[in-house]
Design a protein around this ligand. Structure first.
Ligand code: FES
Length: 72
């Protein structure tokens, strides 16, 4: 799994938790850089960022990782 590039919208340090075989869970308003370099913003309190590269909602996790070998 590749690690997504995530930064907080307010410049504060990113609070993140890596789910084994799954997404990166981040707190607060964040900006995630997509695979094509495009920035994607989330203003949710908690966001799940795809780390498997298979989400149809990239860069956000859509649960597809659960169908992959090693996914949980
Ligand atoms: S981590 Fe990729 S779909 Fe969940």
């Amino acid at each position: 799994m590749s690690e997504p590039v995530v930064r907080r919208a307010d410049g504060a340090p990113v609070e993140a938790m890596l789910c084994p075989g799954g997404p990166m869970i981040v707190r607060g308003a964040v900006v995630v850089q997509g695979a094509d370099g495009t920035d994607h913003a989330s203003h949710r309190g908690v966001s799940a960022v795809c780390r498997c590269g298979k989400s149809a909602l990239a860069p956000w996790c859509d649960g597809t990782h659960k169908l992959l070998p090693g996914g949980r």
